[in-house]
Design a protein around this ligand. Structure first.
Ligand SMILES: [Zn+2]
Length: 168
């Protein structure tokens, strides 16, 4: 079976890549490459690739560095503005969801309270008892004051927390 590896292969390749092939390399390496099929192939192929690369480099028009820098700065500024706009939208969505959820919870927690108040008012409609309503309101506030304060605090804190999370 024919060998596919040669110990001088990398040396030949390095010489071609560094433009030392074939004039500025060891005579023994040149002599080996002339008899070794692998090394002569490596030299021929990498020389062809190197020539093509040189030709391509000569025909490429590199844009002005100042223009490239200016466009890069414009793009960076636009991307920064877009990135700054994104968290605000996310925070608004989160805050809206929090507020909707809290409003739902608030309504659920107090709906029985409203119903009993309406029932009480309806039963006293003929002889409306303001004293009873006031005492009921005071009693309700005393009983649910902590809950109401908690809900109010959550409603105020949720958007702030959402904004801080989105900012990070
Ligand atoms: Zn070889």
């Amino acid at each position: 079976m024919k060998s596919v590896d040669c110990e001088f292969e990398s040396e030949v390749l390095a010489a071609v890549v560094q433009s030392r092939w074939p004039d500025r390399v060891d005579a023994s390496l040149r002599a080996h490459a002339s008899t070794c099929a692998i090394c002569s192939d490596v030299a021929a192929v990498s020389a062809a690739i190197g020539d093509a690369s040189d030709e391509m480099r000569a025909s490429v028009a590199v844009p002005d560095s100042g223009g490239v820098w200016w466009r890069a700065r414009l793009r960076a500024r636009r991307e920064a503005a877009e990135a700054a706009g994104r968290p605000i939208t996310a925070a608004q969505v989160i805050a809206l969801a929090c507020a909707a959820g809290l409003l739902g919870a608030c309504f659920g927690a107090t709906s029985s309270l409203f119903q009993s108040a309406i029932r009480r008012i309806a039963s006293n409609l003929t002889a409306f008892d303001w004293k009873a309503l006031v005492s009921f309101a005071v009693a309700s506030l005393a009983a649910h004051g902590a809950l109401a304060a908690g809900i109010a605090a959550l409603l105020l804190l949720a958007p702030a927390a959402a904004y801080l999370i989105a900012k990070d």
